[in-house]
Design a protein. Structure first.
Length: 498
């Protein structure tokens, strides 16, 4: 009787009731199955500003998903063509071409199911997901040609239609290259009160642009000296794609035979190291750093040598004896276009790949001024000239698109004759071509002295900038004829920001 009294105590009754309730609830949950909806836990491009080098994003799910239901319900607005791959709960979407710049994008996913929901034929679907990202603004750089912009580096945001003067008025900029992160520009310049271009020094200037949406923009126009010209003249420079190395061509002011290539490293803090000489017995001509940032292609004698960027470069990595100038590398470094100079004064443009295959693309009686690979299709855009018939020596410049698979050529713009001092720049998304049209002082009969000079040494009176839109094309297509648009900017030497 004593034992029975223990089981009728109030606390025992409460415990027994709770056990019964919990047992019933557990049973109901087991019968119902998992009620928690699957979801997207991580989106790699959330609130990011992407560029041409950003080619894939990933979605990580809370549980294994039914692949078909995810792929059928995934939407990107505006559309971006791509292919999907999976690794467990992680899905990667790889773009087929760079995302067009200056756009806002949304990634939507509704109606997708996880593996267990499909197996049990339930109607439970993923928690609706929306992710947001943007592509970088369409931004160009150029050298100003008139009024307070003359000789200064100018940044113009085509997306927002805003202009910034980056360099001070007491410097005349000669050349420039942008760092891949858009934060700084490397440039050479000489004092505005001097016409001695050989006194040019190397600087960086901040753009005030950040590639991160969440990051606070730094002030623009902050100029820092990278290398002076007290002992050596800086003749030319090139910035490595990774932004960590600068290669320079320098000559000693008192000893012209002391001439060659040097390199310096740019530390993470932004401070440059002391320049070191690239030792090679052959004299160095025009040069271009390779896409992997580890070597430099140099014109030497009657060929082009690939030299490692290090102090001892006596042994070239490769040598192409028949090509005198390297015009451009493809983005992945697997292809390059080079110029061959013929004995009959014509020039050939060849496509050469990393397997040694050579393919002739163009023969011209004029000049091959500039070529660039399209990042979105197997197309090469070139600025060429052709010698016009007649007793007077005249060259006709034109822009041409060349399909690298078929060899088909399509002239897309004919420019005025005898305009050899032209510059062309292809946008990082492959959807726009910039070019300039310089007007020399002799053409305008201007008596005003100008510190700005063309490559031929003529004084620049003014210059206009033009933008030619390009359409996305397939493997076997070339761009249709489009009309260029004159920009409301007076400048020359235009270039797209990465």
């Amino acid at each position: 009787m004593t034992t029975n009294k223990k089981f009728v105590q109030p606390l025992d009754r409460v415990s027994l009731i709770l056990i019964i309730i919990l047992t019933v609830l557990i049973g109901l949950i087991i019968l119902q199955g998992d009620a928690v909806k699957p979801s997207v836990r991580y989106f790699s491009w959330e609130n990011e500003s992407i560029g041409a080098d950003d080619i894939s994003f990933s979605l990580t799910f809370s549980r294994p998903m039914d692949i078909e239901s995810v792929e059928n319900n995934l939407e990107i607005e505006p559309p971006l063509a791509g292919k999907i791959s999976w690794a467990g709960r992680r899905m990667a979407y790889t773009l087929l071409t760079p995302a067009p710049y200056g756009e806002e994008y949304k990634v939507n996913l509704e109606g997708a199911k996880d593996k267990f929901a499909v197996a049990k034929r339930t109607k439970k679907v993923i928690q609706p997901f929306t992710g947001n990202f943007v592509s970088r603004d369409r931004v160009i750089l150029y050298l100003g040609a008139e009024n307070k912009e003359r000789g200064r580096l100018v940044l113009y945001n085509l997306t927002k239609q805003k202009k910034r003067l980056l360099t001070p008025k007491d410097l005349v900029v000669l050349d420039f290259e942008a760092f891949a992160d858009r934060g700084k520009i490397l440039f050479s310049a000489h004092p505005a009160n001097s016409e001695d271009t050989l006194s040019a020094q190397l600087y960086t200037v901040s753009t005030g642009i950040s590639t991160k949406q969440s990051a606070k923009s730094k002030p623009s126009g902050k100029v820092d000296l990278v290398l002076d010209s007290k002992e050596y003249q800086i003749l030319k420079f090139d910035l490595a794609p990774d932004g960590k190395t600068i290669v320079l061509q320098r000559a000693h002011k008192k000893n012209p035979s002391d001439f060659g290539l040097w390199f310096l490293s740019v530390e993470d803090s932004g401070k440059p190291s002391k320049p070191q000489r690239i030792k090679n017995e052959e004299p160095a001509g025009d040069f271009l750093i390779t896409p992997d940032s580890k070597a430099v292609a140099v014109a030497q004698g009657k060929g082009t040598a690939i030299l490692p960027i290090q102090i001892d470069a006596s042994k070239p990595l490769d040598f192409l004896p028949q090509f005198g100038v390297l015009q451009a590398f493809s983005k992945d470094g697997r292809q390059a276009v080079l110029v061959k100079f013929n004995t009959d004064y014509t020039k050939d443009l060849f496509l050469v790949d990393n397997q040694g295959t050579q393919k002739q693309l163009v023969k011209t009686t004029g000049s091959i001024l500039k070529c660039e690979f399209d990042p979105a299709s197997p197309t090469l855009y070139c600025l060429l000239t052709q010698l016009l018939p007649g007793e007077e020596y005249q060259e006709q410049p034109y822009l041409v698109a060349i399909n690298l698979k078929t060899g088909q050529q399509k002239p897309i713009l004919i420019l005025p004759p005898d305009k050899r001092d032209l510059h062309m720049s292809l946008s990082p998304d492959g959807l726009g071509l910039l070019f300039d049209q310089v007007v020399s002082a002799t053409e305008t009969n201007s008596s005003r002295r100008s510190p700005l000079k063309t490559n031929d040494g003529q004084e620049i009176s003014t210059s206009s900038l033009w933008l030619m839109p390009l359409l996305p094309v397939g493997d076997g297509e070339l761009n249709a004829e489009l009309k260029p648009e004159k920009l409301p900017l007076a400048g020359f030497y235009p270039s797209w920001l990465p």
